[in-house]
Design a protein around this ligand. Structure first.
Ligand code: GDP
Length: 191
């Protein structure tokens, strides 16, 4: 698929986030879920998004322009990092809450979920918050290369039962699911 991904801008405040007129799809997930690796795999580049050696470090919000479709993938800071301070968590929750509630051009929340882990409370809370904002969810299972075929299918089914949407199964290492994910993102941006 001939799609390009370009890091266009970095936002630090809510006003900057809300000021974008083009369609947006937010990418969210627990710290270390593999979000930066997934962005790089989607882009077909090694170092577009910084893969973290120390989790919980990125606090800005990066906007990646998708061309030629002309929408943004919005890389939200990872959540659930055990060593984040109370203040940091509070700030993150506030930013996310306002963004999901108030951003008129936000089309979908792509929720990244580690294929190896059973559904976690923090992810379910975010999913249910998105539901209350009437924001469509696109669940994405990451690191599928680390799971057996059997684990992949049962995890997919488990999330499908919880969210009523079948997650896209991906691996940034093997590039499994990249085409399917691009198609789902492009379709979601066009709604
Ligand atoms: P982020 O904190 O969500 O941005 O996560 P990163 O992309 O920085 O990845 C966290 C760790 O998981 C890194 O050590 C990555 O190399 C590893 N990782 C990410 N995606 C995959 C994947 O698809 N397969 C495997 N095996 N490892 C991955």
């Amino acid at each position: 698929m001939a799609v390009s991904l370009i890091l266009e801008t970095t936002a630090y405040t809510l006003d900057q986030l809300l000021a974008v007129p083009e369609a947006q799809i937010a990418l969210a997930g627990r710290s270390n879920v593999g979000k930066s690796s997934l962005i790089n795999a989607l882009a077909g580049r090694k170092k577009l998004a910084k893969v973290s050696a120390t989790p919980g470090k990125t606090r800005s919000v990066n906007f990646y322009k998708v061309e030629p479709q002309n929408f943004y993938l919005v890389d939200l800071p990872g959540y659930g990092y055990a060593r984040a301070s109370h203040e940091e968590r509070r700030k993150w929750a506030k930013l996310l809450e306002h963004y999901l509630t108030d951003c008129k051009t936000l089309k979908t929340l792509a929720l990244l979920l580690d294929c190896r882990l059973p559904p976690q409370k923090i992810d379910l809370e975010l999913a249910s918050f998105a539901r209350t904002c009437r924001l469509p969810l696109l669940p994405v299972l990451t690191k599928a290369d680390k799971c057996s075929q059997r684990e992949r299918s049962s995890r997919q089914k488990e999330w499908q039962d919880l969210l009523a949407v079948k997650p896209v199964l991906t691996s940034s290492s093997s590039r499994l699911g990249m085409e399917e994910l691009w198609r789902a993102l492009i379709a979601a941006a066009d709604i």
